[in-house]
Design a protein around this ligand. Structure first.
Ligand code: AHG
Ligand code: MN
Ligand code: MN
Length: 332
């Protein structure tokens, strides 16, 4: 059953917003609300640390790589610790899988939920004071609560997400999330220490003027349909915009209308972005906002995952733009 969207006035705090929506989840008994509050709290701590990044020794490289082979930055690890700590203290989540850790973390409690998180997205932009983010997905534990947490609890389709969202640490910090009743955006008012509703029932324009891709990949793209699509974008004089922080690129396209593309390449034949930590959450949000997310062959939300760190091709944003890419890929 489609849940009804709730219209609450601009300016109310995240806390009040969550409380007013609690009756939508009769079985959740406030646990989901508390989980969202825990994430919001951790994000405030991370936000404070990001704001100080130029002043204290938390910028730069750790000199090691994570599971996906990315260089780990100090802030990647710091953010990972902040979110993991907040979730483990909160007690509503029984397990976490993070982009920065090889396996899942069993929090050994009776929590109903599991969380997948990209604690710091766009980490190559940390050192140059460009917008970065956090991405999270919330699922219900699949196996009965009295059974120990296992990989099966995490290997769920994106469609099973109970909630998903992101935090954008930009000129202002925003928390954007959905519990399946539309997408709402909250701006952080640092003097009050509160997230305040600023973007009500966000919707992504059906069509847009922006396409976002790393142009340096062009000679390595393995799908002809993508090259054709990019030619069409140039011929239509669309605008190319690419920040290199997925959250920031996604946020702009969500508001203005546009499409983000990360296709398979010769170097990364499965694509670069991770299903659990990036694609699933943003797919949940874009669908809630009226847009679409696809690998070109499959709706992101329908992928049955086989590994926790799997990568996918990602075409996400305005519905008509993503549909055009899918159609071109079908003609190959
Ligand atoms: P992360 O910092 O979490 O590893 O994510 C980086 C991702 C994403 O934010 C961005 O869209 C993409 O990598 C950029 O990749 P390229 O540098 O290959 O364009
Ligand atoms: Mn990321
Ligand atoms: Mn990351």
């Amino acid at each position: 059953m489609e849940k009804s969207r709730i219209d609450l006035p601009i300016g109310i705090t995240l806390d009040r917003f969550i409380k007013s929506n609690e009756n939508q989840y009769p079985n959740a008994a406030g646990e989901l609300s508390q989980l969202l509050r825990d994430i919001a709290l951790a994000s405030k701590v991370v936000n404070r640390e990001i704001n100080k990044a130029g002043l204290i020794d938390i910028m730069g490289n750790m000199g090691q790589q994570n599971l996906g082979g990315d260089e780990q930055q100090k802030l990647d690890l710091l953010a990972n610790i902040r979110f993991t700590r907040a979730l483990s203290k909160g007690g509503e989540a029984c397990g976490i899988i993070s982009e920065e850790t090889e396996s899942f973390i069993d929090l050994k409690n009776k929590g109903k939920y599991i969380v997948a998180i990209d604690p710091l997205d766009g980490s190559s932009n940390i050192d140059v004071n460009v917008s970065i983010g956090t991405i999270f997905s919330i699922f219900k534990k699949q196996t009965p609560q009295d059974q120990p947490l296992c990989e099966k609890d995490f290997l769920q389709k994106g469609r099973n997400q109970i909630a998903a969202g992101y935090i954008l640490y930009g000129p202002s910090t925003m928390l954007v999330f959905s519990t399946g009743q539309g997408v709402n955006g909250f701006t952080y008012e640092s003097a009050l220490g509160e997230y305040v509703l600023s973007h009500q029932n966000m919707s992504c324009p059906e069509n847009g003027n922006i396409y976002s891709i790393n142009d340096g990949l062009l000679d390595d793209i393995t799908q002809k349909g993508v090259i054709t699509y990019l030619d069409k974008c140039r011929k239509k004089r669309l605008t190319a915009r690419y920040i290199g922080s997925l959250v920031a690129d996604f946020h702009r396209n969500l508001i203005k209308g546009g499409v983000f593309l990360y296709p398979p390449t010769t170097k990364l034949p499965l694509g670069k972005l991770r299903l659990f930590f990036e694609a699933n959450a943003l797919a949940f949000l874009i669908v809630q906002a009226g847009g679409l997310a696809s690998t070109g062959k499959e709706n992101i939300l329908d992928i049955t995952p086989t590994t926790l760190h799997e990568r996918v091709a990602l075409y996400i944003g305005s519905k008509k733009m993503v549909e055009e890419i899918i159609a071109l890929l079908h003609q190959e």
